[in-house]
Write a new protein. Structure first.
Lengths: 103, 130
């Protein structure tokens, strides 16, 4: 099981889309830095994230400090996204077998 | 859990270095250890001891130095990345006839093999890309 991290916004890069094309079942996704823009309900990746979450049980996390820094914590976020702390990031990195960084 | 971190971003150019620093402090606070920090590509700029950002701004190179010193973390700067970017220690400065050096204490210059060694010897290698 792999934890994938994506740090680019889907509004400007196709990185998340590429990640979701190859991501495996039971893998997880952590959005960080500008990657957290994908968590918005208005993001270009919204439908795809919801689909991967419901059909393939993809766990989707977003770093809360990065959401907060961009003023997104109070915005409409996708229901499938769980906001996590850096301590959670450390815990998740240990829970999954490896961490694949997309950047 | 034993972590190693690969840092590809220069301070103030991207968020990579700041993210890696926050991950490192969270890991140490959680009782985990860090086997190695590997500064690669533009990430080598974190290792300058001459950065002088405004006092009311986050001083990432200094924060890294303090963290490395406080926890005696093995910290490697990729030599090929560093020499290209003017990050140089005393020994290399002498070899190349440079009139100064700027590598901060706590960092050492070494090769990409140290990244491979870190990947093999730690539980998790986390890359913080540019």
């Amino acid at each position: 099981m792999v934890l994938h991290t994506v740090n680019k916004s889907p509004f400007s890069h196709c990185l998340l889309e590429q990640c979701l094309q190859v991501i495996g079942d039971k893998h997880a996704l952590l959005l960080l830095e500008d990657g957290v823009y994908a968590a918005l309900t208005s993001s270009p990746a919204a439908a795809r994230l919801l689909q991967c979450h419901s059909e393939r049980a993809l766990a989707v996390y977003a770093l809360a400090p990065d959401l907060r820094a961009r003023g997104l914590l109070e915005r409409g976020l996708l229901a499938c996204v769980e906001a996590v702390s850096y301590a959670d990031f450390v815990r998740l990195a240990g829970e999954y077998d490896s961490v694949q960084s997309w950047f | 859990m034993i972590f190693s971190l690969a840092i590809y971003g220069a301070p103030y150019s991207s968020q990579a270095s700041d993210s890696a620093y926050r991950f490192a402090t969270a890991a140490l606070a959680g009782g985990h250890s860090i086997y190695r920090l590997f500064f690669y590509a533009d990430g080598v700029h974190n290792a300058t001891r001459l950065a002088a950002p405004p006092q009311d701004e986050n001083n990432l190179p200094r924060a890294w130095r303090q963290l490395i010193e406080a926890h005696a973390i093995d910290s490697v700067v990729c030599i090929a990345s560093a020499l290209r970017r003017g990050i140089i220690n005393g020994e290399e400065a002498e070899r190349y006839g440079c009139d100064a050096d700027n590598l901060a204490g706590g960092f050492e210059v070494s090769g990409l093999g140290q990244l491979l060694d870190a990947a093999v010897r730690c539980d998790r290698l986390i890359t913080f890309g540019d």
